[in-house]
Design a protein around this ligand. Sequence first.
Ligand code: AMP
Ligand code: FE
Ligand code: FE
Ligand code: ZN
Length: 280
Amino acid sequence: MLIDLHTHSVASDGTQQPADVIASAVEAGLDVVALTDHDTTSGWEEAADAARRLGMVFVPGTEVSCSWRGISVHLLSYLHDPENAGLLGEIEHARASREHRAERMVELIARDYALTWDDVTAQASEGATLGRPHIADALVACGHVASRDAAFETILASGSGYYVGHYAPDPVDAVRLVRAAGGVPVFAHPRASARGRTVGDDVIEAMVDAGLAGLEVDHRDHLPEDRARLREIAASHDLLVTGSSDYHGTGKQNLLGENTTGPAAFERIEAEGTAPPIRP
Ligand code: AMP
Ligand code: FE
Ligand code: FE
Ligand code: ZN
């Protein structure tokens, strides 16, 4: 059984419609797929319909943006109530702040490169959670850089003069909010250090005390030693371990099913979540 619990659609910074992510998951030979767009659940309905039609098990999820002392942390939530006020409030706050931050980044970039806010919104679906990838796509469309990767290595790098942060909840608070919303919180790519600073084991332990369910261990941004250390932490706290692609369509090189989650971990997620997965 092939299970991939981390993908993105145009509801955030992926490049495919939610239904097309599901169709691609079927083509890739997956049996279970989660859609985990950044700070939104707007792709769930379309993905669920497609999964029912195409005979795929669908796990609704969200990748919740968090921030710990300025360090970006991503928390996956599975099977939560999308209407839960506490979690929704934080997600909406982060989404609004992301929009202001993107506007501010475009103002700064526009001092040196011909780039407008319209260029950026042209790259995002209506209502999508805005992120640096949309600014990257606009920079590519305007001919300033060759690819999303090139944009992230230069103009959009967190150390560049154009980078602006955005509001995001504390990861320990976010774990509590996900549990209160009936969701299953899994720390996404906890040691993906190539993309910026990562938090120490002490923060992971504080998240465990708050109710963290698992760690995403098998992810392309983790080195073998990262995976080994994360497996140790998971074993010592009885956390479940996942592996996922973090697929973004053509927006990243990550391929569906390149890392997968074992059936036992998926069973635990299903047992701990309030909402059931969608089965065909
Ligand atoms: P943001 O949350 O707006 O600061 O942007 C970070 C997002 O950009 C992450 O969710 C990644 O999915 C995406 N990202 C980071 N690095 C890259 C890259 N090199 N190429 C494409 N997408 C990236
Ligand atoms: Fe992303
Ligand atoms: Fe992430
Ligand atoms: Zn992701």
